[in-house]
Design a protein. Structure first.
Length: 214
């Protein structure tokens, strides 16, 4: 098992297929050890580009999806980002690499056991620019708002209003919308207006919460 080589190969494939192109996203994916975020018995599959089970009926996102979402959000160093759905913390770590030490990732997870485990992994790997919060992310996280970017890693019926409110003017939000047929939606806030773009079909676990599915 040569995980470093597997990682390099999958990232080269994602570049060839057009999912990722910016140096910032490529470097972040090369840096974060995905194997640290998944259960022991699945570690050999760490660089297979597919979601993997992480317990509690949840999954770690596929590598191409984390890369694509990072590109669509146009993440930059120094940004303050809200992630809804921490899961195992892998996607938060990739975002933390991109926003760097001057940036901040606030990540909300509704399942306390997953949040605790993600926090432990992120601390062990030295991601001090990530704050993990237990709660209903459909309500956002008001104490640290507003955010430059917000992304949701579970599919909801619509974009939750509190998330639009907590986005800075000029900020971008990315989330899967729909139950069975889902679309990845990019929303840009410009004053009172929200400009919506459909970024194509996706498949995510459901967003459960007050402004999500019940
Ligand atoms: N970001 C993760 C990663 O690194 O691969 C993947 C997250 S998984 C696809 C989606 C997560 O969203 C699950 O852990 C689920 O418990 C969480 N979730 C669902 N509804 C939520 C809500 N209302 N607030 C916070 N987390 C939620």
């Amino acid at each position: 098992m040569n995980l470093e080589e597997d990682k390099r190969k999958v990232i080269e494939k994602l570049i060839r297929e057009g999912y990722i192109k910016s140096k910032r996203v490529i470097d972040a994916l090369l840096k974060v050890p995905r194997e640290e975020f998944i259960p022991e018995h699945l570690k050999k599959y760490a660089y297979v580009d597919t979601p993997l089970e992480i317990g509690y009926g949840q999954t770690i996102s596929a590598i191409h999806m984390v890369g694509l979402m990072s590109e669509l959000l146009d993440l930059k160093p120094g940004m303050k980002v809200l992630e809804v759905g921490t899961g195992c913390g892998y996607h938060a770590a990739v975002t933390a690499e991109i926003v760097g030490k001057d940036g901040l990732v606030v990540s909300i997870e509704r399942i306390p056991e997953l949040a605790e485990r993600a926090e432990r992994t992120l601390r062990k790997l030295g991601y001090d620019n990530v704050i993990v919060v237990v709660g209903d992310g459909t309500l956002g996280y008001e104490p640290l708002a507003p955010y430059d970017r917000i992304y949701v890693t579970a599919a909801g019926p619509k974009i939750p209003e509190p998330l639009i409110k907590q986005l800075k003017d000029g900020g971008k939000l990315l989330m899967p919308v729909g139950r069975y047929l889902q679309k990845l939606i990019l929303a840009e806030k410009r004053g009172d207006q929200v400009i919506i773009k459909d970024c194509g079909p996706v498949a995510f676990v459901p967003l459960i919460g007050k402004e999500g599915f019940q």
